[in-house]
Design a protein around this ligand. Structure first.
Ligand code: HEC
Ligand code: HEC
Length: 321
């Protein structure tokens, strides 16, 4: 008996040492590096692209990169994701040293699609990637980043580098978070004459509504979004500006627990202005109003949502504390 106990104790001690060692290695190693996909392209800037890019950036980049003090995309500390560490979205103005003035178009596209910077540094999901946005929309974003728009005019502000938490280091080291593959084929524009297809493109590949509105970021299928756990059924735990928990809501057309009773007008008003039916407070961060969507685009999302299978999942909308 005594011998067995000794073996058990020794095994436990061994495991403790191993786990400690693994933790020390992960801590020291930090976020793993990857080889950045080399992309050779030069994007032509046209007024239409800059305009479309500004609209997309207002919905896809502004919430993290805009700085209230500089009125430019000089970045800020992301206080809403402290569990992932001390995270600073960086300066992405055209400044050659502090910003992205020296990045090539190919480096930008490669990073925005995969999440790996030119030097191999991988950025975990505290910055979303645009793995499936159309090539034309991607070109618009690059044209905008290079433009003389106020938001991206060179500014020398420099932010500290991110200091990821052990949790982030752990999740990236076990491969729970890792870069996306660079697309093998060109990604065409959606057919905007087909309302449902157009809405599907916006909700899944352009603004990625499902990524927040499904069950859990880690259970999303970014290749085949409809295979994500609890697809559009809400309940994904996120954080508000103060870092307090806030759940995403069920936006399937389930009559009891989703938005099945909403009219098209109510839906458009909710996503463009954050105003919801009934006597309810306006939608809060991180659900930023998509005020730059056209009514046609907002309606297209609604038409698509009607084709998504209903999920019976009640998520209580808690009032802000
Ligand atoms: C949810 C927050 C968030 C959003 C939205 C976001 N970013 Fe970022 N971005 C970050 C963070 C955080 C970093 C810093 C990551 C690091 O250095 O590890 C970053 C880094 C970058 C970098 C690298 C800068 C450098 O010098 O290393 C570029 C380029 C960039 N973002 C572009 C964009 C563009 C373009 C968009 C919109 C299409 C966007 N980001 C949307 C959070 C965000
Ligand atoms: C960054 C994460 C995020 C993204 C992206 C996002 N949402 Fe939301 N959404 C939320 C959160 C969180 C709430 C709950 C806000 C609250 O309780 O005030 C919400 C609420 C909503 C509601 C209100 C539902 C109700 O029952 O009141 C609708 C409708 C909605 N989102 C639609 C969309 C659509 C459509 C898109 C894409 C264009 C989208 N959301 C993108 C996080 C997100």
């Amino acid at each position: 008996m005594k011998k067995v106990l000794k073996v058990v104790l020794l095994t436990i001690a061994g495991l403790v040492v191993l786990v400690g060692l693994a933790a020390a290695i992960i801590s020291f190693r930090g976020i793993p590096k990857y080889e950045a996909k080399k992309v050779d392209l030069k994007i032509e800037s046209t007024p239409a692209r800059v305009e479309n890019g500004a609209k997309l950036a207002s919905m896809l980049c502004r919430s993290c990169h805009y700085n209230d003090a500089t009125h430019r995309f000089t970045g800020r500390e992301l206080t809403e994701v402290t569990q992932f560490g001390k995270i600073y979205s960086q300066n992405i103005t055209n400044h050659p040293e502090s910003g992205i003035g020296k990045w090539t178009d190919g480096e930008l596209v490669s990073f925005l699609r995969t999440g790996t910077k030119p030097d191999g540094q991988y950025v975990p999901p505290y910055m979303p990637k645009l793995a499936h946005i159309s090539d034309e929309d991607m070109s618009s974003i690059i044209a905008f980043l290079r433009s003389d728009n106020e938001w991206v005019k060179a500014n020398a502000t420099k932010l500290p580098a991110c200091n990821p938490s052990f949790l982030t280091k752990f999740l990236t080291n076990i491969g729970a978070f890792k870069p996306f593959d660079y697309p093998e084929k060109p990604i065409p524009q959606p057919d905007t004459t087909n309302t449902v297809k157009h809405g599907e493109y916006i909700a899944l590949y352009q603004l990625e509504c499902y990524a927040c509105h499904s069950k859990d970021f880690s259970k999303n299928d970014y290749l085949v979004p409809s295979k994500s756990a609890g697809f559009f059924g809400g309940g994904n735990k996120m954080f508000d500006m103060e870092g307090k928990p806030i759940s995403t809501l069920n936006i399937t057309v389930d009559e009891k627990t989703g938005i099945g009773k909403w009219t098209e007008e109510e839906f458009v008003k909710a996503i463009k202005f954050g105003i919801v039916p009934g006597n309810q407070p306006a939608l809060r961060y991180p659900m930023n109003p998509y005020s730059n969507l056209t009514d046609k685009e907002a309606r297209a999302i609604y038409a698509y949502m009607k084709t998504v299978p209903k999920i019976d999942n009640l998520v209580e909308r808690k009032a802000a504390e």
